[in-house]
Design a protein around this ligand. Sequence first.
Ligand code: GLU
Length: 280
Amino acid sequence: MTPVTRFAPSPTGYLHLGHAHSALFAWRAAQDAGGRFLLRIEDVDKARCRPEFEAAILEDLAWLGLAWENPPLRQSERMADYADALDRLDRLGLLYPCFCTRKGIRAEIAGAARAPHGPEGPIYPGTCRSLSEDQRQERLAAGAAYARRLDVAAAVARAGPLSWTDRGAGEIAAEPLSLGDVVLARKEVATSYHLAVTLDDAAQGVTLVTRGADLFHTSHVHRLLQALLGLPVPEWHHHALIAGPDGERLAKRADALSIRALRQAGKTAAEVRALAGFPD
Ligand code: GLU
């Protein structure tokens, strides 16, 4: 099987060394095995994405020496597929409308004696899961805005025990409940990171998913979605987050250590590749 790897940035800012590490890892993994390297622009959140960041991403990756199959896939072109998958999950009875606001959820968690927690902090307490059908219909009829959440317990019951393989950590038992009832479509955006990334990796035939360790726990949910939707299961590589010279996480100072800033400060592409963990 020809390996297919990808880099999937969101054009919401400039690429930094952590992104460069992800992209270089995926690119080299494809090159070493005579495989294909794909680029996907994750641009569903129109409020946060900017064309100038997309242009900068393409320019920075080319400057770093990477080549990908053209044209890159844009998630904004795939909304019909996301809608179709949502319909399938809905027909399985695994989605429910959630009318909670972010503020409402925070208040509910703050007021709860024991709020359920996941690896990323408190998780959605499931408020709208327990609404009766009448209550749901009443709110929908009143035109209330809602997100669509996956009933993860019901989904796990349907899918049964699952596992997935991380290159570093080996075989892992899937624990999708740890993130709670994740949002699969938002009020403003008719999909979510979880749904779009899972469907796209399958549609593009990706065999190795590369991303930072900060997204490790999301892979449990993606594995569950693959099982529910009958999608192929790739291998994952979650890499340690690249720290700045003072050990601080890069995302917080992305501007200072963007590929762009390093380049403007006179670093060569080879030097930036080395800073990203890939000396020539
Ligand atoms: N688009 C996501 C990001 O830029 C990463 C997608 C992924 O690799 O799963 O953080």
